[in-house]
Ligand binder design. Sequence first.
Ligand code: ZN
Length: 307
Amino acid sequence: MKQNTPKPDKRKYTLMIVPHHGKSVFSINIPIKTVKYAAITLGICLTILSGTMLNYRYQANTATQEKQELNQLRAVNNKQHVELEELAKATADLQQDMNRLNQLDTDLRRIVNSEDSADTSRSAPARLTNYNGQGGPDVQPNIAELKNLVKELKEAVNERENSLRNLKSSLAEKKERMAATPSIWPTNGEVTSRFGWRSSPWGTGSGDWHPGIDIANDTGTPITAAADGTVVNSSWYGGYGNMVEIDHGNGIVTIYGHNSQNLVAPGQQVKKGQLIAHMGSTGYSTGPHLHYEIRVNGTAVNPSSFL
Ligand SMILES: [Zn+2]
């Protein structure tokens, strides 16, 4: 079979134009080549146009996506901003609490250490910039400042903890000292003889140095330890009759004389207010009473100054 090879097309398209109203018909001859070129050009134009449209749609989609992402970022940013402000507020509140603690510490020390201020090294509470815990976040908080604030707070907390620990041990020491100080009356009754020079109870007419106080009551009236301590003597002791002697430490000793009965033994630990003897009139005595004596470093002192 013979294959037809396409020959250059010399044909022409004839375009006939038939106007209305009976005017004469005219025709235009267009070479087929021109029609082909026009078709190709149109094709290219359509391709470019559709490409442009696709590109436009792609761009539009991307823009929408970016806008959404931006909105999400903004939302996250706003949330972080709010959280940051809340954190700043919470930190400022903590600082306020800390300041109150500092004040409490100071007040406590003033009460406890009215005479001895062992710890005067306390520095004033740290002043924190910008935050006073009132009126909301007029000042924009920032991370660096917050970090600094937290660091200051940590230091303040450590300092306060040390201070309170010292205060605690100081209080414990003070409590111990107070427990070991003969500050209560050892019995009930009437003071019949005070500390110091007095006229002799034996009717000799001469003066007599009385190293304690005498408290009179019925025989058998309870006698209690005036402070915490250790019994160092519980026996008959000359003119004191039945006597109890208690060592309270710090050079302080108390003596309870003329007892009808001693109830403690040497070496025994006693507490303030603990029953140690019953009142009597043993030794040199004119009637049932307690001879109560306090000695500091071996010297009798006026018990009234302790009561
Ligand atoms: Zn006496």
